[in-house]
Design a protein around this ligand. Structure first.
Ligand code: GTP
Length: 601
């Protein structure tokens, strides 16, 4: 153990700029894993991550690098998620490091998360090494990307590296720069001081229970030690600890400057909070590390078993998912239309999609997800303040004094030619307020807005991409709650109110949205043997209406006289299809219809 030879780094980048590929090359170059085990995207462990090509969970790895200066360095690389939903995880991973490699795709240029993540790195006092990636691509434009970095972040152009994670070009030089420029962890504490360590991630393992990923700032942790987690004040005994090389490998101790894992008989992921500080139970420090915050779900949706009988199975699946994901929350909910289910909290829409996919894949359960909603607040006439994360529970209009909705700070980076239409989108269509614009290089501008969060979570991203032909990127951050003129719209199918379809809208858009939703439902709900009215109701009256026409023929009519197996097949197919439907007022409503609000436009 020589802390002078340790380097702790993160790689930060906009989504898809090539972090995971770069780490693959580094693992190869330093012979850190068996070539037979080397598969592309080694760090992206979850199937969904591999398929979608995105990193969701941070996964640290330790490598050894023989530098030209004659030393063998230990480099801990903490990969970070690139998606906006997971900013808090990025921030905690950065807090575990002394330096960061800022990776920018030279064929794409600087994008929104490049900037956000760089600011996070600066806030954490990290030494930053910028590297332009994908220079093997014919359309790479390193010169222009350097100008953008200079304008946006004020980076010294001469210090910027050029590399290709794909071909490996420049990767060895990058490692040399890392060991020479990034400081060792020694200035932050020594192994002789009291124990102070950061939890930057926690995962659940079926055999070991909760595994904490930690960075030790000062002191030493050994097997058998009693540790205290400062957020809860609870004590545990260290059962096992070790490093990531790159798989979990047991070791005797973890000392100041090192990164590794700890198993301490923790049963519940909520006890091992990301961002929390670990200290010694016998000789604790008085103040935890700074910057710890509880993550709060931004988006809520109802989740119901596809087949009502599977409620218990769904609860078990959610319990298991929760073990691994402290930012996911759920409580039982009972909907008159949908039966028993859960109201779930997510960090954002991607997080919601990931959870839904994991339930369907890992637990093989079909589920119905209802349209997501942000958390509104209402001050009632009796002065009580209530939080509303379910439109079905919106208070009666006469009981409300004021309603508030969450606002976000939004930044969009785009080529200047799309600026007008993007401002239009945010300001006219999405109730945002345009604040200012700044330049970055020749081909980029940064637009600053304040905008209701509810307007961002639906189709904003897709619209922004469409307007800018894919060139614009965005990032947002919760700002505050503001008073707003909101109204609840109820949806009735065949005259029955379907609580899971109701939504909260701004008054200026309630009529238009209701109209679009009932039209969309007309497309999404299949024809029945009778005519079905679909209505939007607000302000004490029907504000929109559509009609699903009746079948002209019975499904089976076609088969009369036909062969019996064909008829059986058709029936079977219908049965399978019904699995993810709900029958409400004699109408079968398929899963897709519950997300009608997401599908309008
Ligand atoms: P997230 O984890 O989702 O943030 O993405 P990432 O930054 O880890 O990106 P990833 O490594 O998955 O790379 C994204 C895509 O770019 C993949 O299709 C890679 O094959 C490709 N790619 C990465 N590096 C290079 C490079 O140097 N050259 C070329 N031509 N392609 C690259």
């Amino acid at each position: 153990y020589n802390p002078e030879l340790i380097r702790n780094i993160s790689i930060i980048a906009h989504i898809d700029h090539g972090k995971t590929t770069l780490v693959d090359r580094i693992l190869e170059l330093t012979h850190s894993i068996d070539e037979r085990k080397m598969k592309d995207q080694y760090l992206d462990m979850m199937d969904i991550e591999r398929e979608r090509g995105i990193t969701i969970k941070s996964q640290p790895v330790k490598i050894y690098f023989n530098s030209k200066d004659g030393n063998k360095y230990e480099i801990n690389i903490i990969d970070t998620p690139g998606h906006v939903d997971f900013t808090y995880e990025v921030s905690r991973s950065l807090a575990a490091c002394e330096g960061a490699v800022l990776l920018v795709d030279a064929s794409q240029g600087v994008e929104a998360q490049t900037v956000t993540n760089t600011y996070l790195a600066i806030e954490n006092d990290l030494e930053i090494i910028a590297a332009l990636n994908k220079i093997d691509l014919p359309n790479a434009n390193p010169e222009e990307t350097m100008l953008e970095l200079d304008d946006l972040i004020g980076l010294d152009v001469d210090s910027i590296k050029t590399i290709s994670g794909k071909t490996g070009e420049g990767v060895e030089e990058l490692l040399e720069t890392i060991v020479s420029k990034i400081p060792p962890p020694t200035s932050k504490g020594t192994s002789k001081d009291k124990l102070k360590a950061l939890i930057f991630d926690a995962i659940y393992d079926r055999y070991k229970g909760i595994i904490i990923n930690t960075r030790v700032f000062s002191g030493t942790i050994k097997k058998g030690d009693k540790i205290k987690l400062m957020a809860t004040g609870k004590d545990y005994e260290v059962i096992e600890l070790g490093i990531f090389h790159p798989e979990m490998t047991e070791s005797d101790s973890l000392s100041a400057g090192e990164v590794g894992y700890i198993v301490a008989g923790i049963k519940n992921i909520e006890e091992a909070k990301v961002g929390d500080t670990i200290t010694s139970s016998l000789d604790p420090i008085s103040k935890p590390l700074e910057g710890y915050q509880e993550v709060k779900p931004m988006v809520y949706a109802g989740l119901y078993p596809g087949v009502p009988d599977y409620y218990e199975e769904l609860r078990k699946a959610l319990d298991k998912l929760k073990l691994n994901d402290a930012s996911f929350s759920f409580i039982p909910e009972n909907s008159p239309a949908m039966g028993f289910g859960f109201r779930c909290g997510f960090l954002g829409l991607l997080h919601m999609e990931v959870i839904r996919e994991r339930i369907e894949r890992e637990f093989e359960l079909a589920v119905i997800l209802t349209a997501p909603s942000v958390v509104y607040k209402a001050k009632l006439r009796n002065s009580e303040i209530v939080e509303i994360n379910n439109p079905a529970e919106y208070p009666e209009p006469d009981s409300i004094d004021k309603v508030f909705e969450p606002y976000a700070k939004l930044e969009i980076i785009t080529p200047p030619e799309y600026m007008g239409n993007l401002i239009n989108l945010a300001q006219v269509e999405k109730r945002g307020e345009f604040l200012s614009v700044s330049n970055a290089g020749k081909n980029r501008v940064v637009l600053h807005f304040e905008i209701p969060l509810a307007e961002l979570i639906f189709d904003f991203f897709d619209k922004m991409k469409a307007i800018s032909r894919g060139y614009a990127s965005m990032d947002y951050e919760f700002l505050d709650y503001r008073q707003s003129d909101l109204i609840k719209v109820k949806i009735l199918v065949n005259k029955e109110p379907v609580d899971a379809l109701s939504f909260i809208a701004h008054k200026s858009k309630a009529y238009e949205t209701a109209r679009k939703v009932v039209d969309k439902l007309q497309d999404l709900i299949p024809k029945h043997q009778f005519e079905i009215p679909v209505q939007g109701y607000a302000d004490g009256r029907i504000i929109a209406r559509s009609t699903i026409k009746a079948f002209r023929k019975d499904v089976l009519a076609k088969c009369y006289g036909g062969d019996i197996t064909r008829k059986m097949k058709l029936l079977e197919k219908q049965k399978a299809g019904k699995k993810k439907m709900r029958e409400i007022g004699n109408v079968n409503i398929p899963q897709d219809a519950f997300l009608a609000l997401l599908r309008i436009n």
